[in-house]
Design a protein. Structure first.
Length: 405
């Protein structure tokens, strides 16, 4: 008798029949949410059904149910309220924005599940008993005008700024444009709020009084350029960033940055710095702030951004300068690789899972950084993986965003 595996975001089991469950030795449901009625829940419990789910929602039988399944961003506005007699479940895998006038509309949803982030006015926070969030909830002052997460307040901003307005940015306000007319903002009684404000030194005295008291202030040298993503420092770095840079992410320093480092006057990395071993002394001589410095051994080969990567003895023996495996989902270390070769030539960083033998675990751990799991997959996990890849004939596998059983 076959087994059944369902991989989906929402699995609707409100109408599952006993005949369906009888046809399978085992049913495995991997989902964020499962919908059931009280009657079907009792039926499911009588059979070999395994649920790996974040949430099980019971819906009364006979309800007129509508499911909204949104990947990405969803704006919940006043005109998106469910109709009378309609039971609506909203699932957002990403960002849910609830408008200031949408509190009543939001309360009419039977259930709102968010896997990610919710942003709403402070006056709505705590009023939504139907809201479940696997992630973060961000509130902003009522009446505030919302800006980008990292909002650059440059010389053009005063041209459109409104009188007596409060502007809010979720992450950061950036005041580094020395041409900013702060007097015009002050005369219009413009105010700002955010978790953090990045302010050029010569603008600080004028800008700080415009900020909310709970905004953290960070003063940077005049001329500092802000970059909101991970970055690489190479021979073209100065042309793009100049000699003073704020990197809101990780920074990877490449080998050809040797001539760039002496020119750096100020460097703030809101993350980690990956640095070739040969440039350690030069990097330590500059004015730099960072979370963690990751020294990388010289490597003859870099394997990166793979779903699955395999390292065997022949590969390591080919590259005397070593191998760096980074940003890969699954890394498999062949059983023929001795521990001595792992310690001498292999570096693993920022990978989700490394599969290796029990004898190799200690050596692999010693050369790994930011790896979620290290070790061998047990038999049940192998069964799930092969079933999900349609390689196991015992499984009927269904992959879908939403599945009705």
């Amino acid at each position: 008798m076959k087994k059944m595996m369902v991989n989906c975001a929402v699995c609707d089991m409100r109408n599952v029949s006993e005949e369906t469950l009888k046809n399978y030795e085992q049913v495995v449901v991997n989902a964020a949410t499962v919908l059931v009625t009280p009657e079907k829940k009792d039926l499911i419990n009588r059979y070999n059904v395994i649920m790996n789910v974040a949430d099980v929602i019971e819906v009364p039988a006979g309800e007129n149910v509508r499911i909204i399944n949104q990947n990405g961003s969803y704006d919940l506005t006043a005109d998106r309220a469910p109709q009378d007699g309609e039971t609506v479940l909203l699932f957002v895998n990403g960002v849910l924005n609830i408008d200031a006038d949408a509190a009543e509309a939001a309360q009419k949803y039977y259930q709102i599940n968010v896997n990610g982030e919710v942003t709403m006015p402070k006056s709505i926070s705590g009023r939504l008993n139907n809201l479940s969030v696997n992630g973060s909830v961000n509130t902003y002052p009522d009446g505030a005008i919302r800006l980008n997460r990292n909002a650059v307040i440059d010389k053009t901003f005063p041209l459109r700024a409104k009188e007596n307005a409060l502007y809010w940015a979720f992450r950061r306000l950036i005041f580094t444009d020395l041409a900013l007319d702060t007097e015009k903002l002050r005369s219009r009684n413009v105010r700002f709020a955010a978790k953090t404000a990045l302010i050029a030194e010569s603008l600080a005295e004028a800008v700080v009084p415009m900020l909310s008291e709970d905004t953290d202030i960070q003063i940077v040298p005049d001329g500092t350029k802000f970059f909101g993503l991970d970055a690489r420092m190479n021979k073209r770095f100065l042309k793009k960033f100049g000699t003073k840079a704020y990197i809101n992410g990780d920074l990877t320093v490449e080998e050809d940055a040797a001539d760039v480092l002496p020119e750096i006057e100020y460097l703030y990395v809101n993350g980690d710095v990956k640095l070739p071993e040969a440039l350690t002394d030069a990097f330590e001589d500059i004015d730099a702030h960072y979370d963690e410095l990751l020294i990388q051994k010289k490597t003859g080969k870099i394997i990166e951004d793979h779903v699955r990567a395999t390292v065997d003895k022949a590969l390591l023996e080919k590259y005397a300068d070593g191998i760096l495996v980074t940003d890969c989902a699954m890394v498999h270390i062949a059983k023929d690789v001795p521990n001595e070769l792992i310690l001498e030539r292999l570096t693993i960083a920022d990978c989700a899972k490394v599969f290796c033998s029990e004898e190799q675990e200690a050596a692999v751990s010693a050369v790994s950084k930011d790896v979620a799991m290290i070790g061998g997959a047990d038999e049940s996990m192998k069964d799930v993986l092969t079933g999900a890849l349609h390689l196991n004939p015992e499984y009927k596998v269904i992959n879908a965003a939403e599945y009705v059983m």
